[in-house]
Design a protein around this ligand. Structure first.
Ligand code: ME8
Length: 506
């Protein structure tokens, strides 16, 4: 049986259209999913949409639609974008689906029956025109932060989750599992937060209606984060333990942005503890993108629209840039200049040029029929070894979610390949028929190194690698076995590759 690997992205709110931040998490999840499939894992990759709650209800009212009409319309934009970005998810969960609503009701009821959800009273500052509760710290000069009108102290009946009860258990879990929350800096933030003390959490609302009702008390709507987080198990068919839930839970990694770490590293694990379910193996919070040095926001009108980027630069250039430019876990800045530089140097010059010049030589000197390698010299051995070592290095970096370092390791082989060709100068060897054996070995070595490189790269740049592997005559599905040196057989037909990435104007 294959080992399993379950990876998730957040489910995105449908009150906003997809932007580069959403694309970022989803592309990272896709690379992980593709890589693990390639390495022989039975992968389940989940993404989806978060469709309940007051935010969505309000956005729908503004748009003159019902919340479901709004969700139906916006979810198509997410799905169409994932299609264009080559996202290979196995499932897309919408929180308005029956399978989800059933599962949420069930887990809420279980925790309620165990006594860790109880009915109490919620007291906070209420803005009546906005129908919103605010905490003391959210108020601006004692007024509603949204409309600036006066607020009043109000009590509301609410269900509470006994989160305080799980404080020590959660801390113990975090301490016993150093990899549970990553990166480390974020783990430390969560430890301090939990140590400050966990308060019971209000997990129902009566001020709006767009959501999942509390089982047995329909006046209450289940808190949107309780609803949303549960998607990670309802998508697996929870509470049915026999199918995907039994197979894939606990999740190997929840990929999220740093903005929602507390929900995933504190709320979610304690909900699961209360329900008696296993905890996620890892929660990884990545950084945030700014745009040309500024916070991305609708009011600044600088929201980067992924479809526009794909139109302009191509899908794999966008995927590459997102994961190469910034170490996963740190904040980064998006700029068109930086993207164009990456395209011209890393993609057009390095990987594109290497493939087109080497396949062109195979066609020119061997009529496109791959010759066999004979005796390997030190230089040939060195490129072979570098390629083999890269395979192991990438594996280690992927396990650390260090996508940028993994790409760097791949690019070292690509640079070494270009240098190898310059040093071996096949065009000189070709002039002397006595050196044809040597020319054959050089040809094989440079093409085989690229075949392995593109097999691995297919996790990052699926469309590009597919083209590259086709011109290298590799028609097999990418696999772990296929990463071993010597896969290409003499006699394989090599065709001249078109430029993989056209150079762009700076
Ligand atoms: O929070 N840079 O949904 P959401 C990087 N529905 N990533 C960014 C980003 C930026 N500037 N902006 C957004 C929600 N993201 C909830 C999640 S999960 C059970 C419920 C990414 O639509 C990042 O992954 O606001 C962040 O966590 C997510 O979008 C928030 O998406």
């Amino acid at each position: 049986m294959k080992p399993t690997f379950y990876v998730t992205t957040p489910i995105y709110y449908v009150n906003d259209v997809p932007h580069i931040g959403h694309a970022y998490t989803t592309v990272a999840g896709d690379v992980l999913a593709r890589y693990k499939r390639l390495m022989g894992y039975d992968v389940y990759f989940l993404t989806g949409s978060d469709e309940h709650g007051q935010k969505v209800e309000k956005a729908a009212t503004t748009a003159g639609e019902t919340p479901l009409e709004l969700a139906d319309r916006v979810v198509k934009r997410f799905q169409a974008l994932w299609e264009r970005l080559g996202i290979s998810h196995n499932d897309f969960i919408r929180t308005t689906q029956e399978r989800h609503k059933n599962g949420v009701g069930r887990i809420f009821k279980d925790i309620l029956e165990k006594g860790d959800i109880y009915l109490g009273e919620y007291e906070d500052w209420y803005c009546t025109p906005c129908e919103t509760f605010w905490t003391e710290t959210q108020l601006i000069e004692g007024r509603c932060p949204d409309c600036n009108r006066p607020v009043e102290k109000l009590k509301e009946e609410s269900y509470f989750f006994r989160m305080s009860k799980y404080q020590e258990q959660l801390l113990a879990h975090i301490e016993a599992n150093p990899d549970f929350i990553q990166p480390k800096s974020k783990r430390n933030e969560i430890i301090s937060f939990v140590k400050e003390g966990l308060r019971d959490l209000s997990v129902s609302r009566t001020t709006f209606s767009w959501g999942i009702p509390v089982p047995g008390n329909e006046r209450h709507i289940i808190y949107v984060w309780f609803d949303a987080l549960t998607n990670y198990i309802t998508a697996l068919g929870y509470p049915d333990e026999t199918g995907n839930y039994g197979r894939y839970w606990p999740v190997d990694v929840h990929l999220i942005g740093k903005d929602i770490l507390r929900f995933h590293a504190v709320y979610w694990p304690t909900f699961l503890m209360a329900a008696g379910l296993p905890l996620p193996k890892k929660v990884f919070a990545h950084g945030w993108w700014t745009v040309e040095g500024q916070k991305m926001s609708k009011s600044l009108q600088n929201v980067v629209e992924p479809n526009m980027l794909i139109d302009k630069y191509g899908v794999d250039a966008v995927r590459y840039f997102l994961l190469r430019e910034v170490p996963f876990g740190l904040d980064g800045d998006f700029s068109h200049t930086a993207l164009v530089q990456r395209i011209n140097s890393d993609l057009a010059n390095d990987v594109g040029n290497l493939l087109s010049r080497s396949t062109a030589m195979a066609v020119k000197y061997f009529d496109g029929i791959l010759p066999a390698a004979t005796l390997l010299t030190e230089a040939d051995q060195a490129l072979k070894l570098k390629t083999e070592e890269m395979v192991a290095t990438v594996d280690k970096f992927i396990d650390e979610m260090a996508f940028s370092k993994a790409l760097q390791a791949i690019w070292e082989v690509i640079s070494a390949g270009n240098k190898y060709i310059d040093d071996m100068a096949p065009w000189t060897l070709a002039k002397d028929p006595a050196l044809s054996g040597r020319l054959a070995t050089v040809m094989y070595t440079m093409l085989e190194s690229q075949r392995i490189t593109h097999c691995i790269l297919s996790a990052f740049l699926p469309a590009t690698s597919e083209k590259a592997l086709a011109s290298l005559g590799w028609n097999e599905a990418v696999s772990k076995e296929g990463l071993a040196w010597g896969g290409l057989k003499a006699g394989t037909t090599i065709t001249k590759a078109e430029a993989l990435f056209p150079r762009m104007e700076e």
